[in-house]
Design a protein around this ligand. Structure first.
Ligand SMILES: [Zn+2]
Length: 257
């Protein structure tokens, strides 16, 4: 039987359905990724139109449908308004939305991880919105990448060699084919690996185990070069797993040419 339900959700994509209505894809706390019709959202002065914009978190009442739900009521919880005034903030937020859409598009309605993922997206957008420097933005996005993979069961073990199962003390190598770290003894010419500095490995491990909003000893120390390297490392790892290359940065590069 179809029924109304309430949930909190963050908008990650929207597109027109017809002249008056839009479809919005959201990540919800209770059901994961959901698609809903926002009736009248395309009309000028529509309140709903403002609520279904990208990245906004709403408290919603929806009418459950077979393929599409319908938004009955929406009340914004956080608009993360400062994301929209900065191109870096905007592009990294688009990246978050793209990853969530890639990974969660298979219905995960029974998934007990939904609340954790919702909170991770919320925290990430909140931090990005309030960031004062590019370093702060990158630190938040890196936490998002590392923690999301961990929640979804694709977490990287930064400490162990995946072949001999022993803790790696120093000179760890990472294989994108294996999707894991290997020690120098197990690495051979059959596995193409890249070197990851011990300090970088330690840094990413710290982000994995620390609470999202907690400051770590690294927050003040890391520079933009290290952060960009770590971001690109995680981006490549995630693209490999999802078999989908995230496009947002390529699009931006093209536009800015
Ligand atoms: Zn080993």
């Amino acid at each position: 039987m179809k029924k109304n339900f309430t949930t909190e959700a963050i908008n990650i994509k929207n597109y027109p359905l017809n002249d008056n209505d839009s479809i919005v894809i959201m990540f919800s706390k209770s059901k994961g990724l959901i698609r809903a019709v926002a009736k009248g959202a395309k009309r000028p002065k529509s309140k709903l139109g403002a609520r279904i914009q990208m990245f906004i978190a709403n408290k919603l009442m929806l009418f459950e449908g077979k393929n599409l739900d319908t938004i009955q009521e929406a009340q914004s919880l956080n608009t993360f308004s400062k994301i929209r005034s900065d191109l870096d903030k905007l592009s990294y937020s688009m990246y978050v939305a793209e990853i969530i859409n890639n990974f969660c598009s298979n219905n995960c309605s029974q998934d007990e991880n939904n609340e954790e993922i919702y909170n991770l997206i919320f925290n990430t957008y909140n931090k990005i919105s309030n960031s004062k420097t590019k370093e702060e933005i990158l630190l938040s996005i890196l936490k998002f990448q590392i923690k999301l993979m961990d929640i979804l069961g694709w977490g990287i073990d930064f400490k162990m060699c995946s072949i001999c199962q022993k803790e790696i003390e120093t000179n760890a190598l990472f294989s994108f084919n294996l999707g894991s770290f290997v020690c120098i003894k197990c690495a051979n010419s059959d596995i193409s690996c890249i070197k990851i500095h011990d300090k970088i490995r330690e840094f990413m491990q710290t982000l994995l185990i620390s609470d999202f909003n907690l400051k770590t000893k690294y927050d003040e120390l890391v520079n933009i070069t290290v952060l960009e390297k770590c971001f690109n490392f995680m981006k490549k790892y995630i693209d490999n797993i999802s078999h989908k290359k995230t496009k947002i940065f390529e699009v931006l590069e093209y536009v800015s040419r």
